[in-house]
Design a protein around this ligand. Structure first.
Ligand SMILES: Cc1cc2nc3c(=O)[nH]c(=O)nc-3n(C[C@H](O)[C@H](O)[C@H](O)COP(=O)(O)OP(=O)(O)OC[C@H]3O[C@@H](n4cnc5c(N)ncnc54)[C@H](O)[C@@H]3O)c2cc1C
Length: 384
């Protein structure tokens, strides 16, 4: 069928695909990582890079998704140490804490409740009243009523981390094919045996779909697409010398303002469901500048640096799709991470790599609710 032959072919070189390639290659497995564009070109380039498991709706850290995201945050500590050694440059972790703001009683009550529920699993989590919040972060709006400080929720430059994973995978022998579009999977007797690409077939005993917002292209029921695009627009600012932002600022329903390791400040992001185009719009920029005006008006004189948009992989029930598909032997799904793919991508890569090697699922996580077949099976091309 094919002259090129690997143990595992991974479709998509975003953070999920690159992390999966690294953990497999580290274990001595022959890996091909393919992308229609280049490494970290799509969502994993666009992200704000917050490593922030507390979304605000979470009320029980023992629930599968909450536990999964908390574990993913912990896992980043290991990732930072391990992956930095493969990169010639700083991989972009910034250890600034996160502040979640309240401008009214309702939000203040919500974050105080979150503090009580999560303080044992996120040490240092503490409600700050208005005075304490303004003292901790002088750039905040003086209309703030208080803020929940979370010292362990950091941020990372997502393109750098993704590229560092790719570099680390490559150093362990993974082959990376950029500019190579993957078409159908090749299936024989209900077992995947490779993939079609625009430059010929590749044989592989296992295939991992880590194609981000494009994953539903391989789903058996396109009208029931489990993964769909959610566009997000972002902008970067260059702060003036006196504008030293000490925290990531997050406000539910509006967005985030994130000080990055390179000194820039990222402001995000719009949520536009069902859209694949990456145009930056007047409305998008207006929404982002509105976020700055409301949360940190003192940054109004910061210099506009650039803007961009990316496509998040949303999922129909807001849960990821992780693990082997029962519809086709040898097929694995790794996606649907929506707004938390930079947080969860490294852990997902590690889990998929362990599962492919038939090891037990790391960290004793319950992944049953993330079953990739819950919206129907996945389709390939029956090989002759
Ligand atoms: C504006 C914005 C802000 C965000 N902020 C955060 C944040 O603060 N924290 C956080 O944790 N997450 C955040 N996210 C979400 C995060 O970026 C995504 O969840 C994550 O990057 C998804 O990674 P991925 O590898 O699944 O997808 P992607 O990075 O999109 O990678 C998928 C890859 O598959 C490739 N591909 C698709 N189809 C094919 C094909 N047929 N053949 C070959 N290759 C193919 C694509 O080219 C792409 O490179 C944000 C996203 C956006 C857009």
């Amino acid at each position: 069928m094919a002259s090129e032959k690997y143990d595992v072919a991974i479709v998509g070189a975003g953070i999920v695909g690159c992390a999966t390639a690294y953990y497999l290659a580290r274990a001595g497995i022959a890996v091909a990582l393919l992308d229609k564009g280049s490494v970290a070109e799509e969502a994993s380039r666009a992200a704000a890079g917050m490593l922030a498991p507390l979304g605000g709706e979470n009320t029980d850290p023992a629930q599968p998704l909450e536990r999964f995201y908390l574990t993913a945050l912990q896992f980043h500590e290991q990732v930072e140490q391990e992956i930095q050694q493969f990169s010639d440059t700083h991989i972009g972790y910034s250890h600034t804490p996160t502040l979640r703001l309240a401008f009214d009683d309702e939000a203040a009550t919500k974050w105080q409740k979150v503090e009580n529920i999560y303080k044992d699993v996120l040490p240092g989590l503490r409600w700050l009243d208005r005075e304490e919040a303004l003292k901790a972060e002088p750039l905040l709006s003086d209309r703030v009523q208080g803020a929940l400080i979370s010292p362990r929720e950091h941020n990372v430059q997502s393109p750098k981390l993704t590229q560092a994973f790719a570099q680390a995978a490559s150093r362990h022998g993974a082959r990376i094919f950029e500019g190579r579009t993957v078409g159908k999977m090749i299936v024989r007797e209900n077992k995947v045996v490779g993939i079609e690409t625009d430059q010929g077939p590749i044989a592989a005993a296992a295939v991992v779909l880590a194609a981000g917002a494009w994953t539903s292209a391989w789903h058996s029921q396109p009208d029931q697409a489990p993964v769909f695009p959610v566009k997000g627009q972002m902008m970067a600012l260059s702060p003036l010398p006196h504008q030293h932002l000490r925290h990531t600022i997050y406000y539910s329903g509006m967005g985030c303002i994130v000080p990055k390791a390179d000194g820039s400040i990222c402001v995000g992001s719009t949520i536009e469901r069902g859209i694949f185009d990456k145009a930056v719009t007047v409305e998008g920029i207006a929404s982002l500048t509105g976020t700055v005006q409301k949360l940190t008006p003192a940054l109004g004189s910061a210099r506009f640096e650039r803007s961009w948009a990316g496509i998040r992989p949303g999922s129909r029930d807001d849960l990821p799709l992780i693990g082997p598909s029962k519809s086709t032997d040898g097929l694995w799904l790794a996606g649907g991470l929506y707004r938390d793919g930079i947080l969860a991508g490294p852990l997902v890569g590690h889990i998929i790599a362990e599962q492919i090697q038939r090891h037990v699922t790391p960290f004793d996580l319950d992944l049953s609710t993330f079953d990739p077949d819950r919206f129907g099976g996945w389709r390939g091309l029956v090989a002759r």
